[in-house]
Design a protein around this ligand. Structure first.
Ligand SMILES: C[S@@+](CC[C@H](N)C(=O)[O-])C[C@H]1O[C@@H](n2cnc3c(N)ncnc32)[C@H](O)[C@@H]1O
Length: 437
């Protein structure tokens, strides 16, 4: 039964979105979950600002696709959800923090909405990606990154053609990222790429290393573009599926894809740069230790913590870490809720998960100014047994905060989830906390 404080609205994804809590927050959250509505046609319900801010134009919506679609990232927040939460819970000029920023979806939307954005993630790839996706450097710098991308892609294509014409069967140039044992690197990545693909990838990476000697910032944009195409041309099925698959990749395809990816990110950044405002700051740090960053108090936290036992980011990015030469020990040890941590002893992992979630929530509440709001997007999952994310979250709240809004949407139960969840729905929730003291 629907209680008087609980309303329903139809959505196109998981069916019904339900909400409870104070009126304007409840409507905002249900709207934020209703992600099938078109971005261009939507307007935001604003709890913080009163009148709705203008909806993005179709051109803006297209560019949003560029910057958000630049690199895969498991469990990315839907950009529309992020945009509606940013616009609804903060004002222009406010500071918005995402302590689990992942690929930077909230930071991009905060920047686009004229907010100061702060991001934190323990995953070094996420941090680098989020920085690149919000790199609204001056026009000549972006132009230069585009030219370099085109130049590298063109050179690698030409070198490949010439080598084939000459019948040369030279071994691929093997890059040796500083501080990484080349033999160990070869053992880890050898089976994942066809020789001609590997040659192109190593040539691109080598050219980026040369750029880095003079200009580390531009090299970083190019390196993340390379990271963005890596799995597409590999034998790894996907980010979330590590199985080896036969994949026929044409000669020159890696170089072309790389060039396209650079164009894509620069097009997205050109659009993002139209909104004046400071560059988001992104920190590689543990969300449980936000106090060590000495951040200024923030008006809003908008974030999606890991879902218990669902993803394994350190594994999902391993091939990228190994190919690109990215150190990841602190992340592998400190990743919260990772699926691998539930395999050996799920009861102990559940205890650790709850403690970790508690520390992270306490830290993010501590980062809020009094009167500030935090929106957490959390999902039910199976981690040894069913985990109900709203219950886990409510259990760790302290008396500094009150829940002022809650919306949820049922998600399909897959395979064994049907049996494990029984009659209870599996849901994705957005919960808004208000820091009262
Ligand atoms: C659900 S994802 C966030 C995705 C993000 N909203 C986006 O749109 O890309 C959760 C994130 O938590 C990060 N994470 C896991 N453990 C962490 C920790 N101890 N401290 C900070 N971040 C952590 C993961 O690296 C991952 O990026």
């Amino acid at each position: 039964m629907t209680s008087p404080r609980e309303r329903r609205s139809l959505t196109h994804v998981g069916g019904e979105a339900r909400r409870s809590g104070q009126g304007v927050y409840a409507s905002l959250l249900a709207h934020a979950l209703d992600v099938e509505s078109s971005i261009a046609g939507s307007e935001s319900t604003s709890a913080a600002t009163g009148p709705a801010e203008p909806a993005p134009s179709p051109a803006e919506a297209a560019a949003r696709a560029h910057v958000h679609g630049f690199h895969t990232y498991p469990a990315r927040m839907h950009p529309t959800t992020a945009a509606r939460l940013v616009l609804g819970l903060s004002r222009r000029g406010d500071t918005v923090l995402d302590p689990f920023c992942g690929s930077g979806t909230v930071l991009v939307e905060a920047k686009r909405g004229g907010r100061r954005a702060l991001g934190v993630d323990l995953n070094p790839l996420a941090v680098r990606l989020a920085r690149v996706k919000t790199w609204t450097a001056p026009v000549p710098r972006r132009k230069r990154a585009r030219e370099l991308g085109r130049g590298i892609a063109g050179d690698v294509l030409v070198a490949g053609r010439e080598a084939r014409r000459a019948g040369a069967a030279a071994p691929p140039p093997v890059r040796a990222p500083e501080g990484f044992d080349p033999n160990a690197r070869q053992r880890r990545i050898g089976k994942w790429f066809a020789p001609h693909v590997r040659r192109e990838l190593e040539s691109i990476a080598g050219a980026i290393d040369e750029v880095a000697q003079d200009d580390a910032e531009l090299a970083e944009v190019l390196l993340m573009a390379l990271s963005g195409i890596l799995y597409k041309v590999s034998h790894r099925r996907s980010d979330t599926d590590p199985s080896w698959v036969e994949r026929a990749v044409a000669r020159g395809a890696a170089a072309r894809l790389f060039g396209d990816r650079v164009e894509m990110i620069i097009a997205g950044l050109d659009d993002l740069a139209r909104v004046p405002g400071p560059l988001p700051q992104v920190f590689e740090a543990d969300a449980r230790a936000l106090d060590t960053l000495k951040l200024p108090p923030v008006r809003a936290v908008i974030t999606s913590p890991p879902y218990a036992g669902t993803y394994d980011y350190a594994e999902q990015h391993r091939l990228r870490f190994d190919f690109l030469g990215i150190r990841h020990r602190a992340f592998t040890e400190g990743e919260l809720g990772a699926r691998r941590s539930f395999v050996a002893n799920s009861a102990a992992a559940t205890t650790r998960w709850r403690a970790g979630l508690g520390d992270a929530v306490s830290a993010l509440v501590g980062a809020l100014e009094v009167g500030g709001l935090a929106a957490l997007v959390v999902g039910d999952s199976i981690a040894g047994r069913p985990c109900f994310a709203d219950e886990d979250l409510r259990a760790v709240l302290d008396d500094r905060v009150e829940v002022v809004g809650w919306a949820w949407q049922a998600r399909p139960k897959l395979g064994p989830e049907r049996h494990l969840f029984g009659d209870r729905p599996k849901r994705e929730h957005i919960i808004v906390l208000h820091r009262a003291r």
